[in-house]
Write a protein that binds this ligand. Structure first.
Ligand SMILES: Nc1ncnc2c1ncn2[C@@H]1O[C@H](COP(=O)(O)OP(=O)(O)O)[C@@H](O)[C@H]1O
Ligand SMILES: [Mg+2]
Length: 263
């Protein structure tokens, strides 16, 4: 489906104590089923706002959003969200955190054993079966982020929404998780919308990179097709001329065309 996720003329104005702030204006984007799209732009340009609109956590002030031709009017199990700061419940184990999401989506239709199996499979998928019984405070940042991804994947979402999922991690952990994410998405065929401000991450993972202008009234300044065949291999990419071109194009957008208000 060419227009699986449709964002049509979307605008978002926040209103706080009578003060209006126009964060997004006239956003138009269509995402194909199975496509991996990144949203990139400077801090504060409205990336999270746009992702939250797709998640159904915010309603647009203008325009509309459709998923498989149905209006997005709230959060739904077909859209799994991973936030930047691993939002795990501290009083539950890793398995407990994943199980909660599994129960919410499949609890009415499946047996206890089936739910437990889903939870275990999701933790295995992110390489965390061994940490199932640990609490969030007992595991590293990278592992917490993995649990967040497992929780989203366990819901078998059609669309995975990632808000700077690796932003808070060191470079090595980040690279490992990017590789894992590539493998998981190749296996599940999920449609992905990922917010990032990391140019290399965007080029490595994406089919298309949506480049956002600075706010207020941020909009889409350009869309770059990353026509590098998949699976992609981190080391081989370093010398791939197309990779270098894509990277330069995004860097030019961010640091020349959108440079002035970069904070
Ligand atoms: N609930 C809100 N109320 C008022 N302003 C908001 C709200 N959420 C975000 N904003 C503003 O909208 C702009 C975009 O924010 P955000 O989407 O978080 O940017 P990004 O994720 O690109 O860093 C910022 O100027 C931010 O201050
Ligand atoms: Mg953000």
């Amino acid at each position: 489906m060419d227009k699986y996720l449709q964002i049509e003329n979307v605008g978002m104005t926040f209103e706080k104590r009578g003060v209006r702030f126009e964060a997004l204006r006239d956003i138009g984007l269509a995402v194909k089923q199975g496509e991996f799209v990144s949203l990139i732009g400077h801090s504060g340009c409205g990336k999270s706002t746009l992702l939250n609109l797709v998640a159904g956590l915010l309603r647009p002030s203008d325009g509309f959003l459709l998923l498989a031709n149905k209006e997005i009017s709230g959060p739904g199990p077909e859209r799994g969200v991973v936030f930047q700061n691993h939002s795990l419940l501290p009083w539950l184990t890793c398995a407990g955190n994943v199980h909660l999401a599994v129960e919410r989506v499949f609890g009415a239709s499946e047996s206890k054993a089936e739910l437990a199996l889903r939870t275990r499979k999701a933790l295995e998928l992110v390489g965390l079966a061994h940490a199932a019984d640990k609490h969030p405070e007992e595991i590293s940042g990278g592992m917490k982020q993995r649990v967040g991804i497992a929780r989203a994947l366990a819901m078998e979402p059609k669309v995975l929404l990632l808000d700077e999922p690796f932003g808070a991690l060191d470079a090595l952990t980040r690279a490992n998780l990017q590789d894992e994410l590539m493998a998981i998405v190749a296996k599940t065929g999920s449609t992905v919308v990922m917010v990032t401000h990391d140019v290399d991450e965007a080029v490595l993972l994406s089919d298309r990179i949506v480049m956002m202008t600075n706010g207020p009234a941020a909009t889409i300044g350009g869309v770059l097709e990353v026509d590098i065949p998949k699976p992609r291999e981190r080391l081989a990419l370093a010398t791939n001329p197309r990779y270098i071109d894509c990277r330069r194009e995004v860097l030019e957008f961010l640091y020349q065309r959108q440079a002035k208000k970069a904070a």
